[in-house]
Design a protein around this ligand. Structure first.
Ligand code: NI
Length: 138
């Protein structure tokens, strides 16, 4: 195990309050340990690389539809990749927020790139992807 490095970090108070409640629920007593676990989890997920394998999965995003041009950007990404977006469901969550669940299918590398692009679109407040390779499960 390599040595520890300290670094500072800034965060909105609201987000920190929520994070502290999350830590309590999960039994963390130490903020650094909770953040390390989240980073490890993100790195493990990022290692998934379906490569050339035929893959399928979901991308779920929550966004504020009042965000400037965001809805049309998200719709544009989906139309540009029409062969990979096999289904989409849109739910109006409240007066401001929408949830979209997309099913993507294609080469693992391609759909991961598309999913990352969609989740990373400025204004998306939360996004999550779950993929599996069809070769591994059938
Ligand atoms: Ni909506």
């Amino acid at each position: 195990m390599s040595g520890m490095t300290r670094f500072g970090m800034s965060m909105e108070e609201d987000l920190l309050d929520k994070f502290e409640r999350y830590m309590k629920r999960k039994g963390y007593t130490n903020r650094s340990e909770a953040i390390r676990d989240l980073i490890r989890d993100a790195l493990v997920k990022d290692e998934w690389d379906g490569g050339e394998a035929d893959s399928i999965g979901t991308v779920t995003i929550v966004y504020d539809h009042h965000s400037r041009e965001l809805s049309s950007k998200l719709t544009h990404s989906q139309h540009q990749n029409i062969g990979q977006v096999v289904a989409a469901m849109h739910v109006h969550v409240d007066a401001h927020h929408c949830l979209e669940a997309l099913i993507l299918r294609g080469k693992g590398r391609d759909i991961k790139t598309l999913g990352d692009h969609i989740v990373g679109t400025k204004g998306v407040v939360h996004g999550q992807m779950t993929f599996t390779t069809l070769e591994a499960i059938v």
